[in-house]
Design a protein around this ligand. Sequence first.
Ligand code: GDP
Ligand code: MN
Length: 382
Amino acid sequence: MDLFEYQGKQYFARFGIPISKGGVADTVDEAVARAEDAGYPVVVKAQVKVGGRGKAGGVKLAADAAEVRTHAGAILGLDIKGHVVKRLWIEHASDIAKEYYASFTLDRSAKKHLGMLSAEGGVEIEEVAATNPDAIALLHVDPVDGLSLEAAREWVARATLDPAAREQAAELLVRLYACFTEGDCDLAEVNPLILTPEGRVHALDAKVTLDDNAAFRHPEWEEFAGTDVEDEREARARARGLNYIGLSGSVGIIANGAGLAMSTLDVVNQVGGSAANFLDIGGGANADVMAAALEVINSDPAVLSILVNIFGGITRVDEVAKGVLEALDRVDISSPIVLRLDGTNAEAGRQILAPHLSDRLVAEPTMLDAARRAVALAGGQS
Ligand code: GDP
Ligand code: MN
């Protein structure tokens, strides 16, 4: 789950990472009230889960209440890369001497945590990585050892942060690492991390992605629920208890077992198509589950064909076949369906389906044939 900047900053604060004084506002009047609390000058900041708000006009300095009104009025409702601003974060403005970049994420191939630190912050890190990769000091942290203050001191020197910033930055990085690990983040990013003219180092922005798999040990994450912008299709699937992930292609996928579902995506890709989703209906592929799966896939306007790939093990194919027919009775499906049913009781399943096959309900003997057919029905290469 991605957090808004204001949530990320409040998360940072729990781990002792310094942030500016501020508050959230959903209206212009609230914005003025928060500005009075924070003390002028303030920054009025759009809260959307997308970067580059500054460039898009979503971050503005205001010297007094009149300017807060102007900027808050302009930013509320602003569309930033498809995200409409409904909430603002108003904080006391900082003077900036230097802008740095700092983040922790997971490097799966190295099986370690990866810290990135750069004296060239403020701009998008992808840009720095492309134009001046040497300006990013990487640090692999072994999760068993953690990040010591000594290692952080070496790191800030290697990243050539200004001497005046180094000790505070090293301390802040140790805290950011604690936030990343104990706080169960997939990403903890500060851009910019600033040095003020008075010599204070603190976080001016926060980008935090929480690891949803750790939610069970973070009851306090409840407060973030409902603020996550989620794929509507995924919300629909979750309401039906389905294991679904939305993708951007045109072939809807229903398979039993996560491994088979992933293989199905691969085969669809291999034959020149692209999947609209991952969907594992699990072991008990009965009519209810099949109907729910077809409903969710059918509600995705990008879907042009549906590939049902079931390999019966404990699940019996004749039951699946009945499930598909029952589901089709209940749900009006707008895309043609290609079935590949194999495994336990496959022959019985095929006999059940035989009288119902048409150009809208097609059976293919193998996964590859089924994928080719589904991709062709979706209009070929997509
Ligand atoms: P982003 O564009 O979505 O990454 O939003 P940021 O929170 O990083 O803000 C964008 C830019 O606005 C920063 O890189 C700063 O240059 C500027 N900015 C943000 N807060 C302040 C502040 O308190 N004072 C000043 N002077 N500039 C700020
Ligand atoms: Mn930023």
